[in-house]
Design a protein around this ligand. Sequence first.
Ligand code: NOJ
Ligand code: MG
Length: 536
Amino acid sequence: MMYKNYLWWQKNVIYQIYPRSFNDSDGDGIGDLQGIIKKLDYLNDLGIVGVWISPIYPSPMADFGYDVSDYTGIHEMFGDMKDFDELLKEIHKRDMKLILDLVPNHSSDKHPWFIESKSSKNNPKRDWYIWKDPAPDGGPPNNWLSVFGGSGWEYDEATGQYYYHAFLKEQPDLNWRNPEVQNAMLNVMKFWLEKGVDGFRVDVMWHMIKDAKLRDDPPNPDHNEKLNSYSRHIPAYSTDQDEVHDIVRKMRKVVDSYKERLLIGEIYLPISKLVRYYGEDNKGAHLPFNFQLLQLPWEASKIEAAINEYEGALPPEGWPNWVLGNHDKSRIATRVGKEQAKVAAMLLLTLRGTPTVYYGDELGMEDVDIPEDKIQDPQALNEPGVGQSRDPERTPMQWDDSENAGFTTGEPWLPLMKNFREVNVKKQWDEEGSMLHFHRRLLHLRNKEPALHVGDHLPVYTENNLLSYMRSYNDKLFLIILNLKNSEENFTPGFFWKGEVKLSTHPEFEGKEMEGALRIKGDLGLLIEVIVNEYT
Ligand code: NOJ
Ligand code: MG
């Protein structure tokens, strides 16, 4: 494909902002839109183009914005529509793109649609949600569970029926089999697209349609008491139904009626099922999020197999993508350790496909221990002990070494990481060897070299803790060697090569010429430009 035919979201990096925690402009301890605007130059200078912001709509905040009570408004905590328009303008002024979070599977129970739906059995909006009569014994209609613990069904005394909620009872699931619901949500998409928004990240896309017959989910033989209660079942009937692909196609059609807009789907499924979300003829989601790096053990052989499986499973026109962190999972620096975090960044930013960087990971931010009385996440509060808290990865961004790391002049909504005086943007920006400095240079190199952002992926066979591959485009070839352990390993490729290290987790290697077999020390990542001549 000609270089100019690649789209912005294929060539560039996406950065996820969790708006409550990015930057607070008004001292209420919670991040906001004006706060984000102030940091756009930072993102731009870092080399970021796509900015995805987690939900900013009016919401009772039962699930911190993933419970929307007005799909076309702005929560006053974050600002107002004027602030939003300014944000969009400022983003576009910098040739950057804005991706909004769309939460179509469920609304808040305070959304006027649900209030109406709940008001009586014959309200015109009754069928906008999933209402069912009790089972003969008076219990819930079937065995479907809530991801956040307990039954997925909530009984409503007044009308004598249950409604289904895959998440909190404050997040009733919309009935996507109802064409009125489909229209309403497609109109929401149009509203934002008309404003000029560049795309959506669609929340829990694989949940959107459930089995029409409401069949019970089968038991999960691998469940044990240490796991959350949701994993008692395999959600075979409550998620990932064939009909979901018709819905995704409709969403894509709306997105495609505007120029160069992007549709991302949040989907936690094995690769074989995930790739179906690209849709027939590639008319589904542009990027069904690939979460393998969030889930796999940090082992070279497993990750290598996953890369190859993914590359092999992609449909012909399907564009790959990789995610290393998000607001629902433990931070990468905590999962793999500080030393490996640079190796992980090099992996994320040199693999073929669009990478998503979670805010703060560019600094090496870690999960923060939250004292019990400060826990905010409903996932943890609902199922104490087993429900994993997501607060640790949602703590305020660390901008400088002033009080509250420059995030707020007030009381931050979640405690800051204790080491923010060492780990912050101001200190690390120009500091050789720091995580941020490394990220910045890696992003710039990636942006500059077509081989690194649109080039082919060529696996290189290694049999130990090393992970290696090449990226090539036209006459440029890069070799990436990553040591995923802290012990030394031998790199013994089955071919001869010679090249120069362009970037490394360890700056002392940069500029060095290397060739053939190598000893690779622990935690080392090398990005090498291979000299291409008649022998290569
Ligand atoms: C996925 C979101 O990423 C998560 O934060 C949220 O709690 C659930 N969807 C429910 O909307
Ligand atoms: Mg604020």
